[in-house]
Design a protein around this ligand. Structure first.
Ligand code: ZN
Length: 131
């Protein structure tokens, strides 16, 4: 088993064929999986990556997806990364706006980012709803 605080999924899809593969523990106690069909090996060595995997599992997304289309997980991960990226950009601009007036292009960007964020969050929730 992995460290107690990590609630990792038992399986995860191969990035090439989407087949669910059993998560195993490496010699260094890191999760990895192997697709014998494609010959793909995926090691998740970083703390952040392991945390993300654990978060995905805790959210129940992996369970639902594996019953339907395992490859969907990669779409969701992509959308989630975009959401995180946008949130951090929005935060930076908002923090700046507390100290100084934003120039027009920054104000425009902030509005665009917030609109895109709403769209992406909607897309994400719709995809999860339809699992
Ligand atoms: Zn594969």
């Amino acid at each position: 088993m992995f460290e107690e605080n990590e609630n990792l999924p038992k399986k995860f899809p191969c990035p090439l064929c989407g087949e669910l593969k059993r998560l195993q523990k490496s010699k260094k106690d890191k999760p990895y999986y192997y697709c014998d069909y494609c010959g793909v090996q995926v090691f998740i060595r970083g703390k952040l990556g392991i945390q993300k995997l654990s978060n995905l599992n805790n959210s129940g997304v992996i369970d639902s997806i594996s019953k339907n289309d395992p490859k969907l997980i990669f779409e969701l991960i992509q959308i989630e990364s975009k959401i995180e990226f946008m949130k951090s950009k929005i935060n930076k601009l908002e923090e700046k706006s507390w100290e100084t007036d934003l120039i027009d292009s920054e104000t425009k960007l902030l509005i665009q980012l917030k609109e895109s964020l709403i769209e992406l969050e909607f897309e994400f929730s719709e995809k999860i709803k339809n699992l």
